[in-house]
Design a binder for this molecule. Structure first.
Ligand code: 4NP
Length: 156
């Protein structure tokens, strides 16, 4: 089983959206038994909370389930357990790298780095911008490219 963990700051806006969209994409390609998808936040402020209303609205519109998804905080163990740690922005990457200390960080990547022609490198935080639609488009594109890259790398 290949495992993918999406990480953002609070685990209520961007990373749960990415988790749900990526899981749906993988299922549509018949890969649900081959890829495990999860998400977590750098901070612990929203532990146990469902996705933000804005993320819920987007996922409902897209017809993608977020049932049972509750925020949790990323742990050092996650860095060892997951094959791919996919962060939303440079700040998340910095936090994850400092959490890893001297351990291997080559599996810690930024989502939009998979989109070669992307205008943006970071997925903007809709908790502050309010623009969940922009985030949805960026995450969709990032997840499609990420899945294609994993399929190629792991020959799925
Ligand atoms: P997210 O957005 O990282 O996309 O889940 C945020 C959610 C909550 C906070 C910051 C960002 N917060 O500071 O509570």
């Amino acid at each position: 089983m290949i495992s993918v963990l999406f990480v953002c700051l609070g685990n209520i806006c961007r990373s749960p959206m990415a988790e749900a969209i990526f899981r749906d994409l993988a299922a549509k390609k018949g890969l649900e038994g081959k890829i495990k998808t999860d998400s977590a936040g750098i901070g612990g402020w929203h532990i146990g909370n469902p996705p933000h209303e804005g993320t819920q609205e987007i996922l409902q519109r897209e017809g993608i389930s977020f049932e049972g998804m509750l925020a949790r905080q990323v742990s050092e163990q996650d860095l060892a357990d997951f094959d791919y740690i996919i962060a939303m922005d440079a700040e998340n990457i910095g936090s994850l790298r400092s959490m890893a200390g001297f351990k291997n960080t080559s599996h810690i990547k930024r989502l939009l780095d998979y989109v070669e022609d992307s205008d943006l490198a970071d997925v903007p935080d809709p908790y502050y911008t309010g623009n969940f639609e922009e985030v949805c488009q960026l995450i969709k594109s990032g997840c499609e490219h990420l899945l294609a890259s994993i399929q190629k790398e792991k020959q799925l």
